[in-house]
Design a protein around this ligand. Sequence first.
Ligand SMILES: [Zn+2]
Length: 199
Amino acid sequence: MGELHENLQFEKPTHSLAELKVKLSEYQVKPEFLHDTYAIVCIEEGIRSAEMGNIGVGACLVKDDKILYRDITKHLYPYPRTDLHAEMVVMNALEERICDEKNPRMRDYKLFSMQEPCVLCTMRLIFSQVGKTYWVYRDAHSHEGGDTTNFDRQTEALKGLASRLIFDEADCSPELKEIARQVFLNSTSGAVAKFLSRY
Ligand SMILES: [Zn+2]
């Protein structure tokens, strides 16, 4: 493959997935942060996703402080399902379970993702009316992040539909945010090459 487009040239990670696994297992939950526990779950799933060859992003879905679902991004492996971002995977599980509920009170659910949900997932989360969406990290200085959030990239009508919803960064420690960022950076070159090879 020739030179990658400059927007696809991500920063090189400074830690391997194996090193990040050790860091995560040694990390002690800090009580001053509300979301450390969920952030750890998202990162564990993110590592699992990256080890398979997918972009390293994991997610979990929470209700009444209990984790209902946790899973990985499956857009390339075990076989390409380009719709199956981690957020989509846990939302699919939930919507299958509550399909008969006439008033599912979506406001009671919280979705945590290792990284800011992409435009596609943000749109789906707005349609589904999940009350609160939090991400472990968002790197505004990166190509995949940028100055504008994926919520701000939505149309005005969708923002209207989202008026009661929360989209925000998780309240977790800076150490966890950096581990999450490193997991993502470990996964980009392999996944990008795989995407482009499908052309
Ligand atoms: Zn997505």
